[in-house]
Design a protein around this ligand. Structure first.
Ligand code: AMP
Length: 561
């Protein structure tokens, strides 16, 4: 399938592009060239550390070249083709990401938790031809997803890393040996084409895809590295999924662009992280979501661990409750930086050495001087005064102007003059002459489960495929560690057997929905509450489940006493 980006990407207006270039933010180079330049510039320094490799920039560049050259001979993929990634944190993921860019392919990020449904829908939406999968992940689960997608024609080419490929798939090792010692062709992508597709937490409905363009995506990562002052002495420990926007735009790319090192942990288990902190002495530890930071706080080894190498402890991705922020600052002794970010672009970060009211209560200020951050009354589109609650709207040199292939949705999600209406609620705080922002809820129907997003509408639509259900609403319920989990309120048809958490999970699994999206509580009702304009009132349901949880925790604590 060939899909023209020109028809599906909302471009940045010419005057904005001219400004970003004149100010040196956009530099007229592709993402691939920018990253290759970095590898050439920092040859003997350590670029990547995983449990299996410790590579210099030159080592990494050689692997990347082999992959790019091997793709040309071992597959029939062509520059511009989209390649989906369903990979964990491995050296192969880094090589294939950079190698794909080098070969002119367009990486599409998916989550390892996704099932065949999500990956298949996404493949169709972006017109992906290939899928790179990690054979040894989750007991071979990803391999099954890939095999199914090839069998039903959703994907033409599967590439399997770290295990033998199945029949009809190509091995990652096969690609590497085909390309070893061969110089890859030079590919010059059009800068206004999509460089990378990122999955967005989105505003509403089925997940939306953020098309990240070459110059803005490079700038996003450079601005992040600059905001944190990264240099070739920086060592970043990254224990969270790399193939997220945060992993790519805030860890891998800014590390490479600054000649720093990335220590890629296979997962966020705290013992493993503490071992890596002792062995590698990282200077920067981004922990998105706060759930991992909370586990770190509560782990028995933490209080005796030497965390002094870490001069930046960056936490965000989800609202950081005040008491957790205090504990992180007081108990861990690592300089805390809060951040807010999104696959659509925009990043906020608290400055170093900020006063308590900034670092504990806000997510900081935008990282680029040309970022435009507003807090707006969503009904009137007018800015609200400092301190008042409104919707966060943003625009700037690395914030997308529209989702990919989504004109109708874009009309609602972006203002006429190109501001992204994030669906997040927050406040502007004017402190010492600078605007800082806090995030205080949201108006979009998205549940943020440990930063993995669940779109209420997607789950509701699948629930309603069971004809025993008359109406369904999936809302967030508070969780002390993950932040939020999903709760389903259901109205069953007369005489139907009511769903339980287990039977609802079975029903959703039969539709291929990823498990993290399954509701973890089910409430059966005779009807669902409506707002005064006759629409489903999710707020009433969120309040109701919060009250139920509170009452249950009180009765548990009485029972324990
Ligand atoms: P994603 O597009 O998956 O990166 O998710 C972006 C969304 O995560 C934002 O629109 C917010 O809803 C949420 N988010 C990110 N950072 C924070 C934060 N520091 N506090 C509250 N919510 C956040």
């Amino acid at each position: 399938m060939s899909i023209s980006d020109v028809d599906h990407v909302v471009p940045y207006p010419a005057e904005a592009v001219a400004r970003y270039r004149a100010d040196g933010l956009w530099q007229g180079r592709s993402l691939s060239d920018s990253l290759v330049d970095a590898c050439l510039a920092h040859g003997p320094r350590i670029a990547l550390v995983t449990p299996e490799v410790r590579w210099t920039y030159s080592d990494l560049a050689a692997q990347v070249d082999s992959f790019a050259a091997g793709i040309e001979t071992a597959t029939d993929l062509m520059p511009g083709d989209r390649i989906m990634f369903q990979m964990g944190n491995t050296a192969e993921t880094v090589v294939a990401y950079l190698g794909s860019l080098r070969a002119g392919l367009v990486p599409v990020c998916t989550l390892a938790q996704h099932g065949a449904r999500e990956v298949g829908l996404l493949a169709g939406h972006v017109g992906a031809r290939a899928l790179l999968t990690q054979g040894d992940f989750g007991g071979g689960r990803l391999l099954e997803v890939a095999r199914g997608l090839v069998a039903d024609g959703s994907i033409e080419t599967a590439i399997v890393a770290r295990t033998e490929p199945f029949d009809g798939a190509v091995g990652y090792d096969q690609i590497q040996s085909a390309g070893r010692g061969v110089v890859p062709s030079t590919v010059t992508p059009t800068l206004t084409d999509v460089a990378v597709f990122q999955l967005s937490g989105g505003t509403t409905g089925l997940p939306k895809v953020a098309p990240r363009l070459h110059e803005e995506y490079v700038y996003n990562s450079r601005a992040w590295a600059q905001a944190l002052g990264w240099t070739s002495d920086t060592v970043v420990l990254y224990p969270l999924p790399l193939m997220h926007n945060a992993g790519i735009a805030l860890a891998l790319q800014p590390v490479l662009l600054s000649g720093a090192s990335i220590v890629l942990a296979p997962g966020a288990d705290i013992d493993g992280m503490l071992d890596l902190i002792a062995a590698e002495r990282p200077t920067s530890l981004p922990l998105v979501p706060p759930a991992v930071a909370i586990r770190l706080l509560d782990h028995p080894r933490t209080s005796s661990a030497d965390l002094t190498s870490i001069t930046q402890f960056v936490v965000g991705g989800q609202k950081l409750p005040g008491e957790v922020a205090h504990r992180l600052r007081d108990e861990l002794n690592m300089p805390l930086r809060q951040m807010f970010g999104m696959a659509e672009g925009m990043f906020y970060l608290t400055p170093p050495d900020a006063s308590d009211d900034i670092v504990l209560d806000t997510v900081g200020a935008p990282i680029s001087p040309l970022d435009e951050a507003r807090v707006v009354d969503p009904l009137t589109g007018k800015d609200v005064p400092a301190g008042e609650l409104g919707e966060l709207w943003m625009r700037g040199p690395y914030t997308i102007r529209g989702y990919y292939r989504a004109p109708e949705h874009n009309a609602a999600a972006f203002s006429d003059d190109g501001f992204y209406r994030s669906g997040d609620l927050g406040r502007r705080h004017h402190i010492d002459g600078v605007d800082y922002f806090s995030v205080d809820g949201r108006i979009k129907d998205v549940i943020n489960r440990g930063v993995e997003k669940i779109h209420a509408e997607e789950v509701e639509e699948l629930i309603l495929r069971n004809l025993d259900v008359e109406s369904a609403a999936v809302v967030s319920m508070p969780d002390p560690v993950l932040g939020e989990r999903a709760c389903a309120f259901l109205v069953m048809r007369k005489g139907a057997e009511p769903f339980t958490v287990a039977s609802l999970g079975e029903h959703l699994a039969s539709h291929g929905l990823a498990k993290y999206k399954f509701p973890e509580r089910v409430e059966i009702r005779d009807s669902l509450p409506l707002s005064n304009v006759g629409k489903l009132s999710r707020k009433d349901l969120r309040d109701e489940v919060s009250r139920l949880l509170e009452a249950e925790s009180v009765s548990h604590s009485h029972a324990d006493a």
